[in-house]
Write a protein that binds this ligand. Structure first.
Ligand code: SF4
Length: 271
């Protein structure tokens, strides 16, 4: 069976589990990037009942924001429920509140801006093993999000006997399915370029991934992002200025080279 068919089978299985365990349709996360687009196209082809959910991060590129609104409007006209969630605090407020910029090592932003929804639901994501070595080791086709990491169940293949646990609804809280987990980067691009109806304009501007502008995980492309979106650079610098004031009010020790928001920004993008 080819990978598209396998992914469709996983979506069908997950949609059945979602209805029987949670009594709700499968929830697909939608970022506006290629992976979530491919997953949405496959869900449409599978004929399952599903919803789409997008987390607005407050640092998405305007092109992504408009793209998502357009896609959601069209899909809602087809009867698919699409939801955009807004965080309690913006990235700029969170930087001040946390007293530190988000970094590769201290990545508080995903939990605050992207991962707050989906409790007591079955959620499909576009996570793939080809994205990183860590994902290859820790992510699976089906995952239950147990609060105790030791007890978390991750199924790495479709025939794992423990799948029965998921099907019998013995897993509660939040359950994840990653239908595209074994797609390579080339396979995803091939499907996205040739089969998907919707296309985020950022890809035609040279972007290889769609995420928050200035994301610390996108080290190689951050400078290009700030050149294309200088207003975001200014907003980060202003947030870092306010963060320094807040650190002073709280009596926190601050790195000697952090005198202004611009200093923090330079450290943040170069360090
Ligand atoms: S995509 Fe990057 S910047 Fe955005 S929330 Fe996740 S780690 Fe933070």
């Amino acid at each position: 069976m080819d990978k598209e068919k396998i992914a469709i089978e996983r979506l069908k299985t997950a949609a059945e589990m979602s209805e029987s365990c949670y009594n709700k349709p499968l929830m697909l996360t939608y970022s506006g990037g290629k992976d979530s687009e491919v997953m949405t196209e496959l869900a449409l082809r599978s004929g399952i009942n599903f919803e789409l959910s997008h987390h607005h991060t407050t640092v998405d590129a305007p092109q992504t924001v408009y793209h998502i609104r357009k896609v959601f409007k069209e899909l809602e006209a087809k009867g698919i429920k699409c939801t955009i969630d807004y965080p309690e605090k913006t990235m700029w407020e969170l930087i001040v509140h946390k007293c530190i910029p988000p970094t590769r090592k201290i990545r508080w932003c995903c939990a605050a801006l992207k991962e707050s929804k989906g409790n007591h639901r079955m959620v499909a994501t576009g996570v793939r093993w080809d994205e990183s070595v860590k994902r290859k080791k820790t992510r699976g086709i089906y995952e239950d999000m147990h609060s105790n990491k030791e007890k978390k169940i991750v199924l790495m293949n479709d025939n794992d006997d423990r799948r029965k646990l998921f099907e019998r609804c013995q897993i509660q809280a939040k359950t994840i399915v990653n239908p595209l987990i074994d797609f390579t980067n080339d396979e995803i691009w091939d499907f996205y370029n040739n089969e998907c109806k919707y296309r985020n304009p950022l890809y035609d501007m040279g972007f290889k991934r769609v995420g928050c502008i200035g994301c610390p995980m996108a080290s190689k492309t951050r400078l290009m992002e700030f050149e294309l979106f200088p207003q975001y650079k200014e907003m980060y610098i202003r947030a870092f200025d306010r963060m320094l004031e807040h650190r002073k009010e709280k009596g926190l020790e601050t790195r000697l080279e952090w005198k202004t928001g611009q200093d923090v920004f330079d450290w943040w993008v170069n360090g």
